[in-house]
Design a protein around this ligand. Structure first.
Ligand SMILES: [Zn+2]
Length: 483
């Protein structure tokens, strides 16, 4: 019997008795709870059968976070949540006011809560997302040394000043002082940001036997990071080092915060049919994808943020200004040229490990590649939708050879073009024969003195040595141009 055919009087009576409260039809249930622990936050997701009104607030002594869900029943088993590594010590639940659900998180540290609701998408239904953010924590496990970060900041500022001078048609030598005495060589590490695609509530692509992209790419990213760290003059920064989601814009922001010289995002392709196979390398395209597959892929990789939450729709903050500026084109072009060169080196080596899906570096509009000042590549290590490659992607020898190929390409590029303050640049200069037209910088030297001593204009000396800005370093070898 449906309500529609109940006699009016009877319906009224039932409502009055509270047997057919109008809210009954709207009641939601918590069908599942999912928790991910990142170094700087934990994310708790309530999978709901319908949308529910939520109120989230903190209490002190002891520290707790209370989540009240109106007219909601609990169907999930909270004891199955794995709390290790998160700020949550214990989860308690109770019923309030007859129909409301109260979830209390006992906390073991200070947090800043943030919550939002998500409507159903391809993968999930209604969700309430509660993020516990840890004030003052870094988003990465092992942030780079603050002194290295400072040196990188100086280099970046010098690059910008020079680019700006070029745009304005000025002699860069006049923009920056030349009387700064030579600084001790920092011999800094080259920072490689290693990004494992997807993570947490975003599994990425799924293989025919159920292998998840987020798992195999994390294994590969960890291998790559170990190779980078084991190489003198290089240091890896992992964008995510466990099973949690990081927003696409947040990924490039972490790379920038960590002063990365290079950003590489590791993925495994999927297509609608099982046949496509092979590995590919992508750089950013500024105007549309180079192939239809590339377009399709970019759309599906970028879709991750719709699964992962709201982060992806947040606008760029600090970079907005730069993005608008005249510098962008210049930086972007230089960055993209580097990306394509490194991509070619990587692709060559990958071709020795697996078939290539396309013989050249493809270009597509991936959000994670949109750092204006960090050369970036996205590597598709194979097609997880192809049964053979799904198997290979799980094999440790395949993973290892694939990551050696990726790092081999990156390393070859930086050995040829080391950033001036890097250990690699210093090593190159130590091995360099100063010969007849070279000069090794001594403590106390300044650029203008060296120029005067050799009878060369500063601008010419600068150009011959591709010097960015004003910083010269002890031990650096300068080419002396013949004027
Ligand atoms: Zn992916």
């Amino acid at each position: 019997m449906s309500i529609g055919i109940l006699p009016r009087r009877l319906l009224g009576g039932l409502l009055a008795l509270g047997m057919l409260a109008p809210s009954c039809a709207l009641a939601a249930s918590v069908d599942n709870l999912r928790l991910w622990a990142a170094p700087d936050h934990a994310r708790l997701v309530f999978d709901l059968s319908a949308s529910a009104e939520a109120e989230v607030f903190s209490l002190d002594d002891p520290r707790r976070l209370v989540i009240d869900l109106a007219d909601t029943r609990l169907k999930a088993d909270v004891d199955r949540l794995k709390l290790e590594g998160s700020a949550i010590r214990e989860v308690r639940t109770g019923v309030r006011n007859g129909d409301d659900l109260r979830v209390v998180l006992e906390l073991n540290r200070e947090i800043e809560p943030r919550d939002f609701s998500l409507t159903p998408n391809e993968q999930y239904g209604h969700r309430l997302v509660v993020d516990l953010e840890y004030p003052g924590e870094s988003a990465v496990e092992d942030p780079i040394d603050p002194i290295e970060a400072m040196i990188r900041d100086q280099e970046i500022a010098a690059d910008r000043a020079q680019a700006k001078a070029q745009v304005q048609g000025q002699d860069p030598a006049e923009v920056t002082p030349t009387r700064e005495p030579a600084q001790p060589h920092p011999r800094r590490d080259i920072i490689i940001a290693v990004d494992a695609g997807h993570g947490g509530e975003d599994p990425g692509a799924l293989g025919p036997s159920g292998v998840r992209e987020k798992d195999v790419v994390l294994e590969m990213a960890q291998r790559l990071a170990r190779k980078v760290d084991a190489t003198e003059g290089f240091k890896a920064v992992m964008i995510r080092d466990d099973d949690y989601y990081v927003g696409l814009r947040q990924r490039t922001r972490i790379a920038r915060d960590q002063k990365a010289d290079f950003f590489v995002s590791i993925h495994a392709d999927a297509f609608r049919s099982p046949r496509p196979h092979g590995s590919s390398v992508f750089a950013l395209s500024q105007s549309g994808a180079t192939s239809e597959t590339a377009q399709w892929l970019a759309a599906s990789e970028n879709r991750a943020d719709l699964i992962g939450g709201v982060d992806g729709s947040l606008s760029l903050d600090d970079k907005d200004e730069v993005l608008r500026g005249v510098l962008l084109d210049l930086t972007m072009t230089a960055t993209l040229n580097d990306s394509l060169t490194i991509g070619g080196q990587v692709l060559d080596r990958m071709g020795r490990v697996n078939d290539l899906h396309k013989p050249r570096v493809e270009q597509a509009g991936f959000v994670v590649l949109k750092s204006p000042d960090i050369p970036s590549l996205l590597v598709e290590t194979g097609f997880i939708s192809n049964p053979d490659e799904e198997r290979r992607l799980q094999s440790s020898s395949y993973q290892d050879r694939m990551m050696s190929a990726v790092f081999g390409g990156i390393r070859a590029h930086f050995q040829r073009n080391p950033p001036p303050a890097s250990l690699l640049a210093w090593q190159r200069d130590q091995g360099r024969d100063t010969g007849g037209d070279g000069y090794r910088i001594q403590p106390g030297d300044t650029l203008s003195e060296i120029a005067a001593r050799h009878g060369v204009p500063v601008a010419q000396l600068r150009a011959a040595n591709e010097l960015n800005g004003d910083v010269i370093r002890v031990g650096q070898v300068l080419k002396i141009p013949h004027s």
